[in-house]
Design a binder for this molecule. Structure first.
Ligand code: SIN
Length: 300
């Protein structure tokens, strides 16, 4: 029977079968869950997307294995959750401005994303989510870690929470993409990607140090080492001790999970309440990923 001859009761049965088989298994105590029983390359019913969204909001990062996502299908996945962002500083995939190739060649020494961060917090409206698809993974190494920023906030003392609740921080991309930044140092060690070095990365934007998640209503710590420069109305030197404490605290082991990549695996994470870290421990091996990011709103 072709799709065009399905009755409404057939469609209901098919929808029930497709949604019922989806399972969500947490992978750690702090955050992260693996979803199985879904083929993201197919046209899925709204109920399945709703289940994925609920799992994403509950677990903050969700993983899928054995998917086939060409750039078009990856964009279809991303667009279920919002409009797609075009990275201001990294050369995209030819013909797909929204798709970022994240590649470390066998001979490269530097990787991309090799430090705890929240994607593009330097934007006035930072990206809400990122979807990373593994095309080629090393035999060993190249895992990614995530840290739960709700927990990071909740485990602070009431006094520190009260102090931070009223504070605003300044974010900028300068330490990564500015003339004295990470790209300027590491581009010669990272031939797999084309990453800009530009003075326009020095533009600053302000965000609350503690943000309230627009969908869950929970409070999350929102500072990260590469992009948070200082507190508003304070110098860098004055800001440094408290920022250093927060950077360390935010990524304590008990707030983290770790994902072991396999070819065709996918991770979908919420940048509003997590940080992540791409480990660079696979010297001599190639790692090739595609990433799309979903536009977000102004943190408040
Ligand atoms: C990133 O989005 O920061 C890269 C993560 C990774 O390659 O594992």
């Amino acid at each position: 029977m072709s799709d065009s001859t399905l009755t409404s009761s057939d469609t209901a049965t098919l929808t029930a079968t497709l949604t019922a088989s989806l399972t969500v298994e947490p992978i750690a105590g702090a955050l992260g869950a693996e979803i199985s029983g879904v083929d993201l390359g197919r046209t899925l019913p709204d109920e399945t997307w709703d289940q994925i969204r609920r799992a994403f909001l509950e677990h903050q990062v969700v993983f899928f294995r054995d998917q086939r996502l060409d750039p078009e299908r990856l964009k279809v996945f991303g667009r279920r959750f919002g409009t797609l962002n075009v990275h201001p500083f990294v050369k995209p995939l030819d013909g797909h401005p929204e798709v970022l190739p994240i590649i470390k060649e066998k001979t490269d020494r530097a990787n991309f994303g090799g430090g705890w961060h929240s994607d593009m917090s330097f934007l006035p409206e930072p990206v809400m989510g990122s979807i990373l698809y593994a095309i080629e993974t090393p035999a060993r190494g190249g895992d990614t870690l995530w840290a739960n920023q709700y927990l990071a906030y909740e485990r602070l003392s009431p006094g520190m929470q009260r102090l931070l609740d009223g504070m605003v921080a300044v974010h900028s991309a300068a330490s990564q993409y500015g003339p004295d930044g990470e790209s300027a140092r590491n581009n010669p060690k990272r031939k797999g990607m084309e990453v800009a070095v530009t003075e326009s990365a020095e533009i600053e934007t302000e965000h609350p140090v503690v943000r309230t998640h627009p969908e869950t209503g929970r409070k999350a710590l929102y500072v990260n080492r590469p992009f948070t420069v200082r507190f508003k109305d304070m110098t860098r030197r004055e800001s440094r001790p408290l920022l250093e404490f927060l950077f360390e605290h935010a990524t304590r082991e008990e707030f983290t999970c770790r994902f072991r990549w396999t070819d065709d695996a996918v991770a979908f994470w919420d940048n509003r309440c997590t940080q992540h870290y791409a480990l660079n421990d696979y010297s001599g091996q190639r790692r090739h990923m595609h990433r799309v990011t979903i536009d977000g709103d102004r943190p408040c």
